[in-house]
Design a protein around this ligand. Structure first.
Ligand code: GLU
Length: 293
């Protein structure tokens, strides 16, 4: 009998070096590491540094230091997104060529004042699952000639997915397999809830959503283990994977570590950083207990 080789399980921890790692990151990194070990697979590290204005080499060094202190080792080298902009641009070009993406010229401030004016009479503007107002339709409805004119004039723009066309172009129904701490099983994807998401920013040649699906595919990631705060974003990732013909990983969205005030931890709260706990003399084993492991 011919033996079909099983795909080697691959897990990844994918922090952004725009702050210090907190206890929620520790939980995510340890879970990925331990689940990879249990599955006889690989644990990869990806540095999500497309936002060159907010990411710094110091924060990146901090990530390596904190993970090493936790006793985790990862397959070398780590993948740094800032070194792979051409790969994301290539994926974007594929979608542009299929007419699924359009240049979006409204600034954040313009969108904000549009929403505020609309809501001034008590109406409410539709929002995405993170609470951000959906992007207005103006740019989607521009003619090709108008778009070309604006692009040629050098006007700053992002590239956004035309959600309606994208949904029409993708095989339906879209779903994913989930084994995390929230809803589990086959989860129906609802990308429409996000509206016309940004795939390439005006200040960076990619976006989180585009680079995460390209990298998970390029790195052969079979299991995506990350916080429940990214549960709904998986809908966008499944849509992009389908449009770009990329494989579908399994998903596991784990519980979040909350601060003493019961709120989600944030990188700006230095007091909950792994480095701060280390300075206070906590051992890696005590830190594991603190986050319920
Ligand atoms: N870079 C993202 C973050 O720091 C995580 C991305 C992911 O795991 O898909 O929140």
């Amino acid at each position: 009998m011919i033996e079909i080789p099983r795909q080697k399980p691959k897990f990844r921890f994918a922090p952004s070096p725009n702050g210090t790692l907190h206890l929620g990151h520790a939980l995510s990194a340890i879970l990925n590491h331990d689940m990879a070990a249990e599955a006889g697979g690989d644990f990869l590290l990806r540095i999500e540094d497309i936002d060159q204005a907010r990411c710094t080499p110091d924060f990146e060094e901090g990530i390596y230091r904190d993970l090493s202190w936790l006793g985790l080792s990862w397959q070398q080298p780590a993948r740094r997104q800032s070194e792979h902009f051409p790969a994301y641009q290539q994926a974007l070009q594929t979608l542009i060529a299929r007419g699924l993406v359009y240049p979006a010229f409204l600034t954040r401030g313009e969108v904000k004042s549009r929403v505020a004016a609309f809501e001034a009479d008590g109406k409410s503007w539709p929002r995405d699952p993170d609470g951000t107002p959906l992007y207005p339709m103006d740019d989607r409805e521009r003619s090709d000639a108008e778009r070309q004119g604006l692009l040629a004039s050098g006007m700053k723009h992002a590239w956004r997915l035309d959600m309606e066309r994208a949904l029409a172009a993708a095989d339906q129904p879209l779903h994913w397999q989930e084994s995390g701490d929230g809803e589990t099983g086959t989860i129906p994807a609802d990308p429409a809830a996000w509206g016309d998401v940004v795939l390439s920013r005006s200040d960076a040649p990619s976006s989180y959503h585009l680079s995460v699906v390209v990298d998970d595919a390029v790195q052969g990631i079979t299991h995506v283990v990350r916080g429940l705060d990214l549960f709904h974003a998986t809908s966008i990732h499944r849509l992009l994977q389908t449009l770009l013909g990329l494989p579908e990983p399994l998903y596991h969205h784990h519980r979040l570590v909350l601060g003493e005030d019961g709120k989600k931890l944030s990188k700006s709260m230095g007091d909950t950083g792994i480095a701060e706990w280390r300075r206070r003399g906590l051992s890696p084993a005590e830190l594991r207990r603190r986050i319920g492991l």
